[in-house]
Design a binder for this molecule. Structure first.
Ligand code: PLP
Length: 415
């Protein structure tokens, strides 16, 4: 690549340095292993394979069929499901396939609203899922920051949705899949548990599994699960046909076989005992980080965390989320600005920042490091408020030093 396209290679090199030197706190990101990276760069990407193993529309599938079967079997074993489809291109298309399988345009679906912590694809207005379907939305309670199950039940029984989505992108607390399952049965709805963020925690036993309660389990493979960018749709055997038909030919063409291979590698890694340790360490780090932030006077949505994610409400610090996020970025701490429930500010300029511990845990940081991380965030937010660029540069140096002592998986890239 360096000879064939030096311009592009320089950009990849710069990104590699950025990922090595910074403290990456975006909760949906991670570092994949060298083996997962290697699988994504294989000749499997040259192959067209529309269809499923043993039922393809193209010849030459001698190896690809085995690769996909390996990924499917590993997904079934790891999550304890009867059926797994490993072909969805990413989390959003996976969710769209669930709509295609279980609803028709105009039907009502029930999901968590985006500003309350849900995902765009759970029926939010600007998403196709909110324009082609009638998206009804639930949220969290103002006093607890937790899902209001009275509201979910009332909406489900009144609106009779075809599908209920649970799970989200900014939910710092354990999802009560059993409660959702009960409501879905009462309302006659299909329950889709979208575990995109927490799939690694579920696989590692650090979050309860939705499998006994949900009709369909959807997940990305690239967040806490630490695989390539992709997705899984899993279900009981009874829904297998509907799901497979929805993914192909309903929504997609040829599967990304190199991604399927990398998913297989990641699933193998996630079934090793060390991955259980990883998943529990992610949660222990998030709890320690939340404690250290509370001790420094930060307000946290729901008062803390049960998982990998912490949502900070910066209202009392009098620094908007976007200003804080951009300043922290200059300090080598990468976060995203985020709405908080009942946010009086606009989504593009909200009151909070969202942080998480999957990436730093992949680098081997532990609970003893979390007070330092909280201190950097505190100093960074203060510096954002006063415009103290020298303070941000100082933090950036300290961050780079700690990161140098904790090399990231997969980096440096082999040359
Ligand atoms: C990330 C995420 C998705 C979408 O995944 P993409 O791969 O970005 O399309 C869907 N649902 C939830 C809950 C997510 O967190």
């Amino acid at each position: 690549m360096h000879t064939a396209d030096p311009e592009l290679a320089a950009l990849v090199d710069a990104e590699e340095r950025l990922q090595a030197d910074t403290l990456r706190l975006i909760p949906s990101e991670n570092y994949v292993s060298a083996a997962v990276l290697e699988a994504t760069g294989t000749v499997l990407q040259n192959k067209y394979s529309e269809g499923y193993p043993g039922r393809r529309y193209y010849e030459g599938q001698q190896n690809i069929d085995l690769v996909e079967t390996l990924a499917v079997e590993r997904a079934k074993a790891l999550f304890g499901v009867e059926h797994a489809n490993v072909q969805p291109y990413s989390g959003s298309p996976a969710n769209l396939a669930a709509y295609l399988a279980f609803a028709s345009p105009g039907d009502t679906v029930l999901g968590m609203s985006l500003p309350m912590g849900g995902h765009l694809t759970h029926g939010w207005g600007v998403s196709a899922t909110g324009t082609w379907f009638n998206g009804v939305q639930y949220g969290v309670r103002a006093d607890t920051g937790r899902i209001d199950f009275d509201e979910v039940r009332d909406l489900a029984l009144k609106e009779r949705p075809k599908i209920i989505f649970c799970g989200g992108t900014a939910v710092p607390r354990t999802i009560d899949f059993a409660a959702f399952g009960e409501i879905a049965r009462e309302a006659g709805a299909v329950l889709v548990a979208d575990i995109a963020h927490i799939a690694g925690l579920v696989a590692g036993g650090a979050h309860p599994s939705p499998v006994p309660h949900a009709d369909v389990v959807a997940t990305t493979t690239h967040k806490t699960l630490r695989g390539p960018r992709g997705a899984l749709l899993m279900s009981r055997a009874a829904h297998a046909k509907a799901i497979d038909k929805a993914v192909f030919p309903g929504l997609q063409g040829g599967p990304h076989n190199h991604t399927t291979a990398a998913i297989a590698v990641a699933l193998r890694e996630a079934s090793a005992p060390s991955f259980r340790d990883y998943a529990h360490a992610v949660v222990a780090n998030a709890k320690a980080l939340a404690e250290a932030l509370l001790a420094r006077g930060f307000d946290l949505v729901s008062g803390g965390t049960d998982n990998h994610l912490v949502l900070i409400d910066l209202t009392s610090k009098e620094v908007p989320g976007k200003v804080a996020a951009k300043a922290l970025d200059r300090a080598g701490i990468v976060v995203n600005y985020n709405t908080v429930p009942f946010d009086p500010r606009k989504p593009f300029d909200p009151s909070g920042i969202r942080i998480g511990t999957p990436s730093l845990t992949s680098r081997g940081l532990g609970t003893a490091d979390m007070p330092k991380v909280a201190e950097w965030i505190d100093r960074g937010v203060r510096a954002a408020g006063t415009g103290d660029e020298a303070a941000l540069a100082g933090i950036r140096k300290e961050v780079a030093e700690l990161m140098a002592a904790h090399p990231a998986p997969g980096l440096p890239l082999p040359r």
